[in-house]
Design a binder for this molecule. Structure first.
Ligand SMILES: O=C(O)c1cccc(C(=O)CC[C@H]2O[C@@H](n3cnc4c(=O)[nH]cnc43)[C@H](O)[C@@H]2O)c1
Length: 215
């Protein structure tokens, strides 16, 4: 099994990069245990990078990063496994209504990986539902609208890449795990409250253990 680790920024994987003596500046690097891809932020950059760098030998795409949380049970520092992820902005407006992709007849905006293998270290993490966005929510009205669409009790987290990774893995017929460390609550933008260092620490401790498992 060869793992492709994908993250939006090298900063999110700083401790892992140091632990495995990799470089902080190259987008794609090979290591005996895994390959590492830094995609850039957002779904377009992620999809393009995965299209370029996923190789036939990769059997697992491991998407790692920080994320925002809508759920008070997932405060900053919490590690979650995103099991389902939705392109929440893909659709059409009809006056006050939002018509998701599914209702337009263009397939499903919500994706779930179809994994062949089991991954106990990932499966032990709390399960979350993800939405993937181009615009980080930071406005009370848009957060209220979003929660009225998806419900507030859904263990919901937000990233800018997750669903693009699930899409690529499904297209390429490979396993995919998305593990995110919560860096911030999704609320009226309050950058001073983001706990990025703490989230990166938790994420990298987990990822290093995962990659060092005997396979
Ligand atoms: O400022 C820093 O030191 C810093 C270090 C590492 C990473 C960052 C980022 O801003 C990473 C961007 C990345 O984070 C995800 N993210 C985090 N919170 C949210 C959110 O509330 N909504 C959506 N995405 C979020 C996202 O996947 C970005 O790619 C900064």
């Amino acid at each position: 099994m060869k793992i492709l680790v994908a993250a939006a920024t090298s900063a999110e994987l700083g401790p892992l990069i140091d632990r495995f003596s990799l470089g902080h500046d190259q987008p794609f690097q090979r290591h005996e245990h895994f390959d590492l891809l830094v995609t850039g932020v957002g779904m377009t950059a992620t999809a393009f990078a995965l299209g370029r760098f996923v190789l036939p030998e990769h059997t697992l795409l491991l998407n790692l990063g920080i994320a925002g949380s809508f759920d008070p049970d997932f405060p900053p520092g919490t590690l979650v496994r995103v099991c389902t992820d939705t392109f929440s902005e893909l659709g059409a407006e009809d006056g006050e209504k939002f018509l998701p992709l599914d209702e337009l007849g263009f397939g499903s905006a919500s994706l779930q990986p179809e994994n062949r293998r089991q991954y106990p270290l990932a499966e032990a993490l709390p399960a979350a539902a993800g939405i993937t966005v181009n615009t980080v929510h930071g406005n009370e009205k848009s957060i209220e609208t979003l929660l009225s669409r998806y419900g507030s009790g859904l263990r919901l987290v937000e990233s800018m890449e997750g669903a693009a990774c699930f899409h690529a893995a499904l297209q390429l017929d490979i396993d995919c795990l998305q593990v995110r460390a919560i860096s911030n609550r999704v609320e009226r933008r309050n950058r001073n409250a983001w706990q990025i260092g703490r989230a990166i620490g938790e994420l990298n401790d987990w990822a290093i253990s995962f990659l060092l498992q005997p396979r």
